[in-house]
Design a protein. Structure first.
Length: 54
């Protein structure tokens, strides 16, 4: 019983930290999107990276 509660707590903590892990992808995407004309297209891989992590 205690082990299952501990495991559930660890899983919850891991899932809630996904935003922190995805932050570098989101920051890189924002920087790339500032490039005129091609920024939106060039940022698609970094957007995908953040979406997969979330």
């Amino acid at each position: 019983m205690i082990l299952s509660l501990l495991l559930l707590g660890c899983v919850g903590a891991t899932v809630s930290g996904c935003g922190v892990v995805a932050a570098p992808c989101r920051v890189a995407s924002a920087v790339i999107k500032m490039v005129p004309v091609v920024g939106g297209v060039a940022a698609l891989p970094t957007d995908g990276c953040a979406a997969v992590i979330d």
